[in-house]
Design a protein around this ligand. Structure first.
Ligand code: SF4
Length: 153
């Protein structure tokens, strides 16, 4: 049923020459249907990339955490990773990076406000450490530093 509805939406989008925007937690739907993926966290856009780029080489730790928590058909050992903690309450939104309390890569610099910045190649990310983190995606872990990839685009 889901596949039929998505196909119908794609057909309508093509025949009417209009954009289709899906708001979903289902990354399988995103991978099958979309060309661009905008990830949001605690009310903010935290990453904006093509779907292919975001799935293979996410630049934000939250996007990477979401992708790594997906069930996978290839053999993996141990439990699926999950992102610890919870989304902050709107009444107690932290200063600086809103993902900081849950991020394994947080440092002192993450206490500063994070702006959505140009990451090169038409991508945007709200993390000042994006170029050095080399985060794994859904398909396979990255093999080269992100900074090198961005520099070649
Ligand atoms: S700014 Fe810091 S806390 Fe926020 S996602 Fe980046 S590394 Fe993690």
């Amino acid at each position: 049923m889901q596949a039929q509805i998505l196909e119908l939406l794609r057909d309508i989008s093509e025949t009417s020459k209009t954009a289709l925007m899906l708001i979903t937690h289902d990354l399988g739907v995103v991978a099958e249907t979309c060309t661009r993926m905008i990830t949001m966290y605690a009310g903010e856009v935290i990453e904006d990339a093509t779907v292919d780029e975001a799935l293979v080489r996410p630049l934000h730790p939250y996007t990477s955490g979401l992708l790594r928590s997906l069930p996978h058909l290839s053999p993996r050992h141990g439990r699926l990773p999950s992102i610890p903690g919870r989304v902050p309450s709107i009444a107690e939104m932290p200063n600086g990076c809103r993902f900081r309390a849950r991020c394994a890569h947080a440092t002192k610099g993450c206490e500063a406000e994070q702006k959505l910045q140009d990451a090169g190649g038409g991508r945007r990310v709200r993390c000042w450490r994006f170029a050095e983190l080399n985060l794994p995606g859904a398909l396979h872990p990255p093999s080269a530093p992100v900074a090198a990839k961005v520099a070649t685009q």
